[in-house]
Structures are given as structure tokens and as C-alpha cells.
Write a protein that binds this ligand. Structure first.
Ligand code: UGA
Length: 378
């Protein structure tokens, strides 16, 4: 990518008017955050669409990468045609994005598929010629189907996680071990072995928003999307699965020194959007807990949310010092590979509540700690 910049193939600019005017293809990749009612906020998409319509000086294809409700591509095309200033032909195509945070470049260069939603042979031909060099499967369909592929894919993955969390909770009750259960399931190729990790729920800027947006959209159509609703409900409850366990040992967290390891919604990113750590920390603080937290990259962002209420620490060792209990919210490699003797050495009483099953039960045995995880025997 740096090479492309050096060779003049990649240019960054704030002069959108000039750039749009000269482009044959324009990709829109702005955010579509959640509105208070669960619907998708399309303000950014429309703002850009208007800027493009008012700037283009030659025929062009506008490609929407942002995750937008089904039917939005049609509406954006009509909206842009209304706002065109010059006498040019404009067409909109859908090209949903499947990359995950922290692995964006890899996911782009080695995508499982490239979905294009087009209404004309011309749009199909342009997008195919752009993506051909990537040598990945190109799947063409109409715009509405492409918009739906994005939501259906994310919601299916969210469902998979909520299902595993549901089964994990039941495993605890019936004396099964979710790790063995998912391992046993994963040999069936129809099920696969990915996105079967139980935990304290999915977070991030996509699954929470996209499940709610599709559920909202279905309701608008007079249809209740029961499976997606179940995924949302299970996830909401799962966020507090660890606190519930800790309550058995600590009826109140008031004045307790609580170590927190991991703040971000998943490893490999400093993103805190919908991170399960947030509602948990809020609850602990409201109850008067004294929190000392460690995260390899999330602290600076966390300070914006909780500037003074948390003692931020730069090592696991410091975060554990003198603590009554410890919560693990993110499975960072640093945490998974930590010296397990630190729990006993550093903490006042080593009660560990691991929301991401970071350690194997064998490793934990004989460490003299009180260890609780998700879906596995304590
Ligand atoms: C997700 C999808 O994985 C991408 O394919 C999609 O393109 C992206 O949303 C998007 O719509 O932009 P992302 O939110 O970055 O990507 O992260 P994931 O790796 O999917 O993880 C989401 C959440 O699920 C995390 O909180 C993670 O801890 C949780 N998770 C994931 C589990 O609890 N269990 C698992 O087995 C996997």
C-alpha cells in the first residue's frame, strides 16, 4: 500500500469535490451507526451521496460498501439523480464489506467472497474488472439481495455465538463442558469450528447494531424475526453472566478491590464500541467497587469514558495487586499467556471470573485459585 502511494496510485485528499468530479467509480464506506430505536442511521451516507451528486462531472458508478438497510441502494440512486447538477449518468451498486476489525488487510486480500449487487450489465462489468485481480470468488446478484447478504451473514454469526452461549449456560447446569461439546460439534463440516467460542457476549460496532437493524427493519415490514430477536436477548443477558457468578462469592462489591484484565470488545483492536466490559464496569462502579484495569491498547479510549473512576495499570501484575477478585473481559494473548502464579502471588484472595475461557482447566488446576469460566465446571 505504501508502494502504491509512492507510485502515485494512492492519494489522500480532503478536496472531495475535485476527486468526485474526476472519478469513474466512487466507493462510499461511511458508518451507519445505530439510532435510539435500533434502526440504522443513514445521515452520513446521504450527506456523502449529496456531495457526490453535486460534484460529479462525468458518468460514474457509485458503490455502497456501508452496511445499509435493504432498499437503501434504490433510494440513494433516486436521491442522487434528483440532486445531480451536471448532465451525467449515475448508477448505484451494492458491494458489502466482510472484513473484521484487527484483520482488515488480511480479510481484504484474502476475502472469502466479493458480493456485488447490480442492476445493469455495465455496473457488473465495472465491478468485476476492479475485483478480478484479487482472484477471489465474485458473487453477483441484485442490489437488494446483496444488501441482505451482509445483514444475514452478520446476524447468522451473532446467532451462532448466542446459541453457543445458551448451550454453555446449560452445560454449567448439567455438568457438561462447553469446550468438549463445541469440539465434538466442530468435526461436522456443516457446523465448522469457527465462531463457536462461548463468552460474555458479542460486542463491537457490527453484530449488536446489525442484529437490531434487521429486526427493526423486519418489524417495519410487519414481520417478527424471532431467531435474530433471540440472539439479541441472549446476548443482552450474557453480558452479565460473570457478575452473576461473582455474586455467589461476593454479595456486594462495595469497597472491593476489583482487577479487570481486558477492556476492548475483542483482542487486536482498541475499539470499545459495545464492549461487554463497559456495562460490567459501570455496574461494579455503581456498587462502590474500586477498579484497577489493564488492557494492552484500550486504556486511552477507556479514559474518555471513565476518566477518573478507574485506576489504569500498565501491567497485569499491577492490576492484580492486592485485589479481592479479578474479571477477564478480553482474551488478549498477553492475558492468555500470563504467568498463572501471579493470581495467587499478587491478589489478596484469588477469585478469578474469566469471561473468555482464556486458560485450560488443566493449567488452572493446583494453582490454588478459585476459578470460574463460561460453560465449564468450576
Ligand atoms: C464482524 C464480522 O466478523 C465481519 O465479518 C464483518 O465484516 C464485521 O463484523 C462488520 O460488519 O463490519 P468484528 O465486529 O470486527 O467483525 O469482530 P468479530 O471478530 O466478528 O467479533 C465480534 C464479537 O463477537 C466480539 O465481541 C467477539 O468477542 C465475539 N465472538 C466472536 C464471540 O463471542 N465468540 C466467537 O466465537 C467469535
Amino acid at each position: 500500500m505504501v508502494k502504491n502511494k509512492k507510485e502515485g496510485k494512492l492519494l489522500f485528499t480532503t478536496d472531495y469535490k475535485k476527486t468526485y468530479a474526476q472519478s469513474d467509480v466512487i466507493f462510499i464506506g461511511v458508518g451507519t451507526p445505530e439510532n435510539a430505536d435500533g434502526s440504522a442511521n443513514l445521515n452520513y451516507v446521504y450527506t456523502v451521496a449529496q456531495q457526490i451528486a453535486e460534484s460529479v462531472e462525468r458518468d460514474c458508478l457509485v458503490v455502497i460498501k456501508s452496511t445499509v438497510p435493504i432498499g437503501t441502494n434504490d433510494k440513494i440512486e433516486a436521491f442522487m439523480k434528483e440532486h445531480l447538477i451536471n448532465n451525467v449518468q449515475i448508477e448505484v451498486a451494492s458491494n458489502p464489506e466482510f472484513l473484521a476489525q484487527g484483520t482488515a488487510v488480511r480479510d481484504t486480500l484474502h476475502a472469502s467472497r466479493i458480493v456485488i449487487g447490480v442492476e445493469s450489465e455495465n455496473a457488473k462489468q465495472i465491478l468485476t474488472s476492479i475485483y478480478e485481480p484479487f482472484k477471489q470468488p465474485i458473487v453477483a446478484m441484485n442490489r437488494r439481495s446483496a444488501e441482505m447478504v451482509k445483514y444475514a451473514s452478520n446476524d447468522f454469526l451473532a446467532l451462532k455465538i448466542s446459541f453457543v452461549n445458551d448451550i454453555a449456560n446449560l452445560c454449567e447446569k448439567v455438568g457438561a463442558n462447553i469446550e468438549d461439546v463445541t469440539n465434538g460439534m466442530s468435526y461436522d463440516e456443516r457446523i465448522g469450528n469457527r465462531f463457536l467460542n462461548p463468552g460474555i457476549g458479542y460486542g463491537g460496532s457490527c453484530f449488536p447494531k446489525d442484529t437490531k437493524a434487521l429486526h427493526w427493519l423486519a418489524e417495519e415490514e410487519g414481520y417478527i424475526l424471532r431467531t435474530v430477536k433471540a440472539a439479541i436477548d441472549v446476548n443482552e443477558k450474557q453480558k452479565y453472566a460473570l457478575i452473576k457468578k461473582a455474586r455467589n462469592d461476593f454479595p456486594t462489591f462495595n469497597e472491593k478491590k476489583v482487577a479487570v484484565l481486558g477492556l476492548t470488545f475483542k483482542p487486536g483492536t482498541d475499539d470499545l464500541r459495545e464492549a461487554p466490559s463497559i456495562p460490567n464496569i459501570r455496574l461494579l462502579l455503581n456498587e462502590g467497587a474500586r477498579i484497577q484495569a489493564f488492557d494492552p491498547v484500550g486504556i486511552e479510549n477507556y479514559k474518555k469514558l471513565f476518566p477518573d473512576q478507574i485506576a489504569y495499570k500498565h501491567s497485569i501484575e499491577e492490576a492484580l495487586e492486592d485485589a479481592d477478585l479479578c474479571f477477564i473481559f478480553t482474551e488478549w494473548p498477553e492475558i492468555k499467556e500470563m504467568d498463572l502464579d501471579l493470581f495467587k502471588k499478587q491478589m489478596k484472595t484469588p477469585h478469578i471470573y474469566d469471561g473468555r475461557n482464556c486458560f485450560s482447566l488443566c493449567e488452572i488446576e493446583n494453582k490454588g485459585i478459585n476459578y470460574h469460566s463460561i460453560g465449564r465446571p468450576s
